[in-house]
Design a protein around this ligand. Structure first.
Ligand code: FES
Length: 105
């Protein structure tokens, strides 16, 4: 498997403390701006497939809008139940206001 660097959007469209959802092929990705640093997670909750990117970003934790599980967007680790497993994260690079995400292909 090879990593592919995908241009996904503009950093200036995602203010600090907010999240925005982007689609790349069949993957839905939530880009989170945590105090000016960008993190990418799959837009799917590990509990029951809730749309994480529609939830609140609380510091570096994203809250699932369905049942309230929280995950650390910097690592994917769960920080609040009812989910039990981590979520997928993707490496992010920002250059000249463009956000690039590394995706396994
Ligand atoms: S689907 Fe996310 S907490 Fe249940």
């Amino acid at each position: 498997m090879e990593d592919k660097l995908v241009e996904i959007g503009n950093a200036s469209d995602i203010p600090s403390g907010t999240t925005r959802i982007f689609e790349y092929e069949d993957i839905s990705i939530a880009i989170c701006n945590v105090s000016g640093n960008f993190y990418a997670v799959e837009n799917v909750c590990s509990h029951d497939d809730g749309p994480l990117g529609e939830g609140r970003l609380i510091g570096k934790n994203i809250e699932c809008p369905r049942h309230g599980a929280q995950f650390d967007v910097t690592t994917g680790e769960i920080t609040r139940m009812p989910a039990y497993g981590p979520i997928q994260t993707f490496p992010v690079r920002v250059k000249n206001n463009k956000i690039y995400v590394e995706i396994d292909e």
